[in-house]
Design a protein around this ligand. Structure first.
Ligand SMILES: Nc1ncnc2c1ncn2[C@@H]1O[C@H](COP(=O)(O)OP(=O)(O)OP(=O)(O)O)[C@@H](O)[C@H]1O
Length: 492
């Protein structure tokens, strides 16, 4: 019949119930496969965990909040600083005569932490307080007062909703080593053989830490720290010089020869200062003159080269019982690799516009010499927004930094260019706090964690391509069932 004949002519050979069925099932299977692949392996909605570290330094206390994806505790480079808070007032060691105030001073930052860490995470968030050189000095001077300060800050931190893990003094070695861990963790260097050395300049101590092929720890075991991180063994050289932070060195330089007319301060600078406050530190107490007036006038004369000589006088280069030393008879192996210099190294060199280490060392010194010889009145006019105490000290601090690096640690004009002055790396402050937390939370495994073969997008693409190929093969395998077109026209 005509109607059947017409239908036969225009009928698509694929439109048989079987091919339609195969096609539908195939498409559903691919969609299902890809959906499962996408959903199964998709990163979960970020759920973060938190850790808080208080850095109780000699000049001030700072709070750092770190966060990391909850399911990735063990992966390198995933812990980030999400917030920091500067505690108002001086460092906790300055509250020796009124310890309660040390505890109270932390409260504003702790309240801030309560807002930054989601409340459902408060209870499980570890909170640490580590104290550095200021408390080391107070502990030497008056251990009862130091205990009382710790008692007061611990009581204050126990009141917070976080999981307080204790307050303690870090040894100089820990401070240096954890600073090195922080820099290398943030730089993603910990899976590599070549690491970055760490230079930290605080108010009361300074640390140098680096890996050197020439150092196996045998010559000076006290300077050796061994780590096994991500499957690599590191033998780190580290040393902390107590009293060689920039505030204490300033006292030493002031109480040394030429203390009243000071080449490290600008011409025209003149301030009345108190001898008692100058000498109330174990770093300088021995230098106190037998009979000194209550006050003295500190007058600047702005001369970099004389300042350099004065600063050099605080280092002892006369004794060394090892093959080589930095200063004060402390062993130091040959410098190796790039270095990151942070804390006061950065604050000072950044202010002086001298962070570019591709500039020859001689030109850096000349620039600093020009700055030091600028009259105090001009300096004040040029930098109206800067805290006067810092402003007055930049000439001294810059001179101390260059002298420490070159005369103290033996950086040459060539190796000076390997130093990077840094404040932060990828948004996290360089300093010991991150390394300290990573260590205490066991976040850096000794062995390298297994990494997935492919990134997520690559994985989904591979699954999709394989699914398509399988589907095509399946359809081809059904070839015998395919409807065939008749060779002859159907119209009779
Ligand atoms: N913007 C700035 N300009 C100049 N100096 C600064 C600035 N900010 C801080 N400082 C000083 O830099 C020094 C180092 O500061 P930092 O906070 O790193 O040390 P700290 O932790 O108090 O000392 P330490 O580690 O020895 O206990 C201190 O003397 C501090 O007063």
């Amino acid at each position: 019949n005509d109607q059947t004949g017409l239908y036969s002519v225009f009928r698509n050979p694929w439109h048989t119930p079987l091919t339609i069925f195969i096609a539908v099932v195939g498409v559903i299977a691919i969609v299902a496969l890809v959906t499962v692949a996408v959903l199964q392996n998709k990163p979960l909605i970020p759920k973060y965990k938190y850790g808080i570290v208080l850095d109780a330094g000699s000049s001030h206390t700072a709070m750092y909040i770190y966060e990391w994806p909850a399911e990735k505790d063990n992966n390198t480079g995933r812990v980030e600083q999400t917030h920091s808070c500067k505690v108002k007032g001086p460092g906790i060691s300055s509250y020796a005569s009124d310890p309660k105030k040390a505890g109270q001073s932390l409260q504003v930052c702790m309240k801030e932490a309560e807002r930054f860490v989601p409340s459902e995470r408060h209870e499980e968030t570890p909170l640490y307080l580590g104290a550095t050189a200021g408390m080391r000095l107070l502990n030497i001077e008056n251990s009862t007062a130091s205990d009382q300060v710790f008692q007061a800050v611990s009581e204050s931190l126990q009141k917070s909703p976080f999981s307080f893990q204790g307050a303690r003094i870090l040894s100089g070695q820990e401070e240096g080593a954890f600073g090195w861990v922080t820099v290398n963790y943030l730089d993603d260097r910990l899976k590599q053989v070549c690491t970055t050395g760490a230079l930290d300049l605080g108010g009361a101590s300074t640390q140098i830490s680096f890996v050197s092929d020439a150092f196996d720890g045998s010559e000076s075991p006290n300077n050796s720290v061994n780590f096994r991180l991500y499957g690599n063994d590191y033998n780190l050289y580290t040393h902390s010089f107590l009293c060689y932070g920039k505030d204490q060195v300033l006292r030493m330089a002031l109480s040394g020869p030429g203390s009243i007319s000071d080449p490290c301060f600008h011409n025209g600078y003149s301030e009345s200062k108190n001898y008692m406050t100058l000498y109330n530190s174990p770093c300088v107490s021995k230098r106190k003159p037998v009979s000194s007036p209550a006050d003295f006038t500190h007058v600047g004369k702005g001369n970099f080269y004389q300042c350099q000589e004065l600063v050099k006088s605080v280092f002892d280069f006369t004794q060394c019982k090892y093959t080589q030393c930095s200063f004060n008879g402390v062993y130091q192996p040959t410098l190796q690799g790039p270095f990151g210099a942070f804390s006061a190294y950065y604050f000072v060199m950044n202010f002086l516009n001298l962070t570019d280490t591709s500039v020859p060392l001689q030109s850096v010194k000349e620039a600093l010499a020009r700055y030091c010889s600028t009259p105090w009145e001009t300096i004040k006019k040029q930098h109206p927004g800067i805290k006067l105490k810092y402003l007055a000290e930049y000439c001294f601090s810059g001179t101390y930094i260059l002298t420490l690096l070159t005369e103290g640690y033996n950086f040459t004009s060539e190796t000076f260019s390997k130093i990077r002055f840094i404040k932060q790396i990828k948004g996290s402050d360089a300093g010991w706090t991150l390394g300290y937390m990573l260590n205490l939370t066991n976040m850096i495994p000794a062995e390298a964690p297994d990494t997935p073969l492919l990134p997520h997008a690559g994985y989904v693409s591979v699954i999709t391509v394989i699914a398509l190929v399988l589907f095509l093969l399946f359809v081809l395998s059904l070839r015998p069932l395919w409807p065939r077109c008749s060779q002859k026209p159907q119209i009779v």
